[in-house]
Design a protein around this ligand. Structure first.
Ligand code: SF4
Length: 230
């Protein structure tokens, strides 16, 4: 989208019908489950507009039922894939509670990838993992309590000397911001920003590696891009 997406507010329904960009099988490329085979459920629309966002979550006219999403996920997972990743766009923009419950009932691990600004009440479950990748100064209070990992996109020259985490706005290029900090004792992953430019990307990988070593965070790369899968 590269910063061109319309900003869409949270739209709460009963969650029986969802707006979905795509469902596909691949390897999880980043974060706590990096390297694991997974079914990805990409939900449409986002309430933010990050200037570097390179994901298409707006071009779909598909509005499947929750049942259909679960059936597709089950078919793609087969007997060997144990992880479903709900991503976007921003997943919490829609009522994903019924979908999460159904996927858990299927016996899957469920990972939600969120920008941290919205929340939908979800069941407590050891197989539910919420990875918060803060993009603004505030994290939703209820979500903050349920975060199981934090993931920050870092780049060269964008690093708080106190903790190595980013300082610059994700919404306006070149502006400083107070990107929300993680909860204590929750794992932190740092991932280099992909600027679609080899030279800049090399600098960002070096910066992320240095930050991880200096501040004790975990480095995560976008494995799916490196190995050339979706
Ligand atoms: S929050 Fe995520 S999906 Fe939304 S615009 Fe930013 S990077 Fe893209």
């Amino acid at each position: 989208m590269l910063g061109n997406n319309p900003i869409r507010q949270q739209e709460m329904s009963d969650g029986k019908i969802l707006w979905v960009q795509e469902i596909f099988h691949s390897l999880q490329g980043e974060g706590p489950f990096a390297g694991k085979p997974a079914v990805f459920i990409r939900l449409s629309g986002c309430n933010l507009r990050c200037f570097w966002c390179d994901t298409d979550f707006e071009s779909s006219n598909w509005h499947p039922s929750c049942d259909e999403v679960v059936e597709n996920s089950r078919d793609l997972a087969g007997d060997t894939t144990k992880l479903a990743v709900i991503t976007g766009g921003e997943p919490f923009r829609q009522n994903i509670a019924p979908l999460v419950e159904r996927l858990l009932e299927e016996g899957l691990e469920v990972q939600i990838e969120t920008n941290g600004t919205l929340w939908v009440e979800l069941p407590e479950n050891k197989r539910l993992h919420i990875v918060v990748s803060p993009k603004t100064a505030k994290i939703n209070d209820q979500l903050r309590r349920r975060a199981t990992a934090f993931k920050y996109v870092v780049s060269a020259d964008n690093c708080d000397p106190a903790d190595g985490l980013p300082l610059m706005s994700t919404q306006s290029e070149g502006e400083k911001s107070n990107i929300a900090k993680p909860e204590p004792d929750v794992p932190i992953y740092v991932m280099p920003l992909d600027e679609q430019d080899e030279k800049k990307n090399r600098k960002n990988i070096a910066a992320a590696s240095e930050i991880a070593q200096k501040y004790g965070h975990s480095l995560t790369l976008q494995l799916h891009k490196i190995i050339g899968v979706r």
